[in-house]
Ligand binder design. Sequence first.
Ligand code: PLP
Length: 382
Amino acid sequence: MKRTGTHWIDVSGGALRHNVGVLRSVVGSGTAIAAVVKANAYGHGLDEVVRAVGGTVDWMAVHTAAEARAVRSAGFAGPVLVMGFVPEWELFDLDLDVHVLVSTVEVLDALAAYRDREGVALPVHLKIETGTHRQGVKPERVPDLVRAAAARRLDVVGIATHFANIEDTLNHEFALSQLERFREAVGVLRRELGEEPPFVHAACSAAALLFREADFTLVRTGISLYGHWPSRETRLSWLLEHGRSEEVALRPALTWKALVGQIQDVPAGGTVGYGRTWTALRPTRLAVLPVGYADGYPRAMGNRARVVANGAAVPVVGRVCMNITMADVTDVEGLGVGDEVVLLGRQGDAEVTAETLAELAGTINYELLARLSPETPRVLVD
Ligand SMILES: *Cc1c(COP(=O)(O)O)cnc(C)c1O
């Protein structure tokens, strides 16, 4: 095997495609699936993920116009949805199948300027504000935006919203009220257009897993595609409804590996790392790993997390440094320089999950994954 770097991320194409299959089996058969590949595909590598699932999903969804171009470069020819703010200077080298989620007249102006400059009129999906108070136009302003788009000879082909707290609670009353407001907005758009808008979408992963009433024509799934439940609450909601969760056997797609850079012997009483926060109570062997917080391994993991060496979970000792981390491998037989250690993922019978690391770092799996450095090589496996 050709090595790339001293630590790297294996991304399982098989796991990603399995997860697409799980989502297909859960969402309605008439509903298209958009793979959300913003934030470097939640840390998995945009290029690798697009290559792995490009043939099995219907859409790709991204945050920026630059990401839409990256999706094209990775070889995906289908429709791409840009979900974030797009200023005019970001609009270049985009084709007619790049759709833009629009919340403001200013972005309509930018799209019109691009059309005038390059002759490419990107299709518009209106983003509806239904209670998250983030991006979006209020339902009562839908007619204004439809007319503003028409005045600029831009086509409104879709309408969307986004839930505020669906992952955070077992009580989905607020989400259902958002859905109610969204349906009203869809009705307004239908009347304005004189026909059903072709693309109607509301669901993220949690809604795609839990709410058939949020299917519409398209779901935008991120975290579940990568093999993770959005939250404990989402999983529990599924269990309360279905009694079991085997149907949603999501497979985490990512394994982060580092090579042992040095084996360091520490005498009893010796301290490890900056601040001398860990003291050896016995003669100790450390594996010195060439990876640290600059690479996205949170500093909070120092003296808290475990890594997997020769199939055994062993503790990280001392503080995590910018590019170096130490683990206590005293009880691991035969580990040497150049051997692989797993920081995140499975090796043998032991596993470190994104959920465990996120909890130790006081955050969520999304942030932990999204902050894995884009500099770290990604390797698409199976
Ligand atoms: C990121 C994002 C999603 C995907 O959310 P997941 O919970 O990861 O499935 C969907 N819709 C919008 C608007 C997003 O920003």
